[in-house]
Design a protein around this ligand. Structure first.
Ligand code: NAG
Ligand code: NAG
Ligand code: NAG
Length: 291
């Protein structure tokens, strides 16, 4: 795209931002910056960037804005070929000891073996809620769309629009839910060969470095955090807050069918079934329906 085109779109987007604080579409080069490895990663277009990992370190981006509720998406093309030892992430996180965090992590593998999509959620600083999936496509061959949707009722992880996991709000039963802390969106590429691939048995092969993951189409159809007032404003049910619409109270029948297909065929780990890990003292939400 020419510079003029980009400028016109940028003007249009900032005008839209003024008109509606809740429905702004971001573009990577304007809405994120490199918080790590800026000498390695780079913007490759108005709404595109590469994260890079070599033996000196990885790289990462973070959104300038922070959010409470909405839908936050990124299209990602993962490290191709032998990606063993590498982890690519896309997640939301607040700060501090009692932080909230909603994660997508993509664990690399040797050539020809499948990536693992690793998900987790931290509330008030406590995580330990991992669920993992194999992927029904090669996530390094092309871009795929990863979304974190989150409203006062639930958090939903989606891959190309297919829900793969739901975490419901059971705060009335003393299970913490991310409903009051602003989160920024992050993405990173780092070396985790102590644990990531085949339980840490396969290490990163540095002669293949640099490793590159490609990102584009950062979308934030979300409520922009504007101080503590947002806790109330972003949760209140009104047409501007589209994520509070009762149709998003539960997954539709069609979405539920898609999720069951994913979970029956591709789920490889569920913390709620890992009894030994929790010494049979399972987290409370494991006894409650999530969707
Ligand atoms: C990604 O998926 C989300 C959720 O289905 C959707 O809202 C968004 O528009 C999609 N983005 C792209 C670029 O396709
Ligand atoms: C890598 O491939 C192996 C063998 O197919 C599989 O067991 C494993 O779950 C895959 N993913 C990771 C991250 O090791
Ligand atoms: C690492 O990759 C190089 C280049 O493909 C290859 O020659 C070498 O055997 C690999 N090392 C290991 C330990 O697999």
């Amino acid at each position: 795209m020419g510079n003029l085109g980009a400028l016109l779109i940028a003007l249009f987007v900032s005008a839209a931002a003024l008109l509606d604080r809740c429905l702004v579409d971001a573009a990577l080069s304007e809405s994120v910056y490199f918080y790590w490895g800026a000498q390695l990663g780079r913007f490759t277009g108005w709404d595109a960037c590469n994260l890079v990992l070599d033996k000196n370190g990885g790289s990462g981006i973070v959104s300038r804005a922070s959010f409470l509720y909405g839908s936050i998406s990124m299209r990602i093309k993962l490290v191709p070929g032998n990606s063993a030892g590498t982890v690519t992430t896309f997640y939301l996180s607040s700060t501090g000891d009692k932080h909230d965090e909603i994660d997508f992590e993509f664990l690399g593998n040797v050539t020809g073996q499948p990536y693992t999509i690793h998900t987790n959620i931290f509330t008030q600083g406590v995580g330990n809620r991992e669920q993992q999936f194999k992927v029904w496509f090669d996530p390094s061959e092309d871009y795929h769309n990863y979304t974190i949707f989150w409203n006062p009722y639930a958090v939903v992880w989606l891959v190309d629009g297919l829900p793969i996991r739901v975490f419901r709000n059971y705060q009335d039963l003393q299970i913490n839910f991310p409903d009051s802390q602003a989160m920024r969106a992050f993405a990173s590429l780092w070396n985790a060969d102590q644990w990531a691939t085949q339980g840490g048995r396969v290490k990163t092969n540095w002669s293949l470095a640099p490793f590159v993951a490609e990102f584009q189409n950062f979308e934030t159809k979300a409520c922009f955090w504007n101080g503590p007032n947002s806790i109330y404003q972003c949760a209140s049910q009104n047409p501007a807050n589209w994520w509070t619409n009762p149709v998003y109270f539960k997954l539709s029948y069609a979405k539920l069918g898609q999720m069951n297909w994913v979970r029956e065929n591709f789920m490889i780990y569920d913390y709620c079934k890992d009894f030994e890990r929790f010494n049979w003292q399972m987290p409370k939400e494991c006894f409650l329906p999530q969707y």
